[in-house]
Design a protein around this ligand. Structure first.
Ligand SMILES: Nc1nc2c(ncn2[C@@H]2O[C@H](COP(=O)(O)OP(=O)(O)OP(=O)(O)O)[C@@H](O)[C@H]2O)c(=O)[nH]1
Length: 334
């Protein structure tokens, strides 16, 4: 039960889909029962079909984590259900259009929601059975348009705020690099790509040497400044396709597409040597130790990262300011 509540807390789209399940159970099912009891089997069957369809979509979203398809399905059921109830019940059926309209903007992307809503409104406009008079049609169109506009603005703001939050949640505030959370997602993606088409991926862990001394001698702020410059140098020394992350503390990770174990050794020249040349504090050069590993076939990202970490540990224990790549041979360069 706790896990379910936690999933609802962290998964916005799943919460919306589930709340439509609740609305179907407690808002539509009683009407279905009432219609059957009062002898209106057509309206009762329609309501029941809507409830069952929405609950099936909720179950699909929970079981298969497929929120996209479930959202689209619920929005279509809501909209088609409204059109059908306006046809079967006449004007009282129109009231369902307001929650359906709001639902479209919560469940679909803004443009798709506008399109679906516009089509539904058009159908309702030409559908004479839904109104008693032209005045009623005009009032319905005006109130639905105002509700639609409010829902649009709400959906727009929610979407942009969610995008900003997602961006902030994956960035390290000090260096502006992506953080460990983003790194895990990217490593997972690399593993999936490699499984699919056999692409090579290299991974390197970079750790500043004796960084604690810098903090101790010059203070935490000076340490922060070294970290910011270090992050800038890593960006400068790497290719556009390479992805850089701050793993934590003074440890950074580089994900390099199209790089096998042997090619990974090049970062010794491209990154480690250049950093030793250019990164300085008052005491002299600041150096970095690097551990690398190329993704093996069928390996998961955790064990890939663990191999890079083990190589980094060896770099540190063998004297620091060096690069060790798991399973790579040093070859003399011309
Ligand atoms: N200024 C600053 N220091 C940090 C930050 N995050 C971690 N540290 C410091 O980084 C230091 C890491 O120390 P250690 O793990 O002993 O590593 P080290 O001194 O670099 O030694 P080796 O890695 O063995 O070469 C600690 O003093 C942490 O307080 C940060 O964001 N800013």
């Amino acid at each position: 039960m706790r896990a379910l509540v936690q999933r609802l807390r962290t998964d916005f789209q799943l919460t919306i889909i589930t709340s439509f399940g609740g609305a179907a159970l407690f808002g539509i099912l009683p009407f279905a029962v009432y219609r059957f009891v009062s002898g209106n089997a057509v309206a009762g069957t329609l309501d029941l079909a809507i409830v069952i369809s929405i609950l099936a979509a909720v179950a699909h979203a929970w079981r298969n984590e497929d929120r996209r398809a479930a959202s689209l399905f619920v929005a279509i059921v809501n909209t088609v259900g409204c059109l059908a109830s306006a046809t079967v019940l006449g004007p009282p059926g129109l009231y369902w259009m307001y929650p359906a309209l709001l639902g479209n903007f919560l469940l679909l992307s803004r443009n798709v929601a506008v399109l679906v809503t516009a089509i539904a409104m058009l159908i309702l406009t030409v559908q004479h059975r839904a109104y008693d008079s032209n005045m009623q049609l005009a009032m319905f169109l005006a109130t639905a348009a105002v509700s639609g506009m409010v829902a649009f603005v709400f959906a727009y703001r929610t979407e942009t705020q969610r995008e900003q939050l997602e961006l902030l949640a994956t960035l390290d505030p000090l260096t502006g690099m992506q953080n460990r959370r983003a790194m895990e997602r990217e490593l997972q993606l690399a593993v999936e790509i490699s499984k699919r088409d056999g692409s090579a991926f290299g991974l390197a862990m970079l750790d500043l040497d004796h960084f604690k001394r810098i903090n101790d001698h010059y203070g935490h702020e000076a340490g922060d400044e070294v970290l910011v410059r270090f992050a800038g140098l890593i960006r400068d020394c790497t290719r556009k396709a390479d992805r850089c992350f701050r793993f934590g503390g003074e440890e950074f990770v580089l994900l390099m597409p199209g790089t096998d174990a042997q090619a990974l050794l090049a970062i010794d020249r491209h990154v480690r040597v250049r950093i030793a040349d250019r990164l300085r504090c008052d005491d002299g050069p600041v150096t970095v130790s690097i551990g690398g590993a190329a993704l093996r076939r069928g390996e998961d990202w955790q064990s890939w990262l663990a191999r890079a970490d083990a190589a980094l540990y060896r770099s540190k224990s063998e004297g620091r300011n060096r690069t060790i790549v798991d399973e790579a041979r040093w070859e003399p360069t011309a």
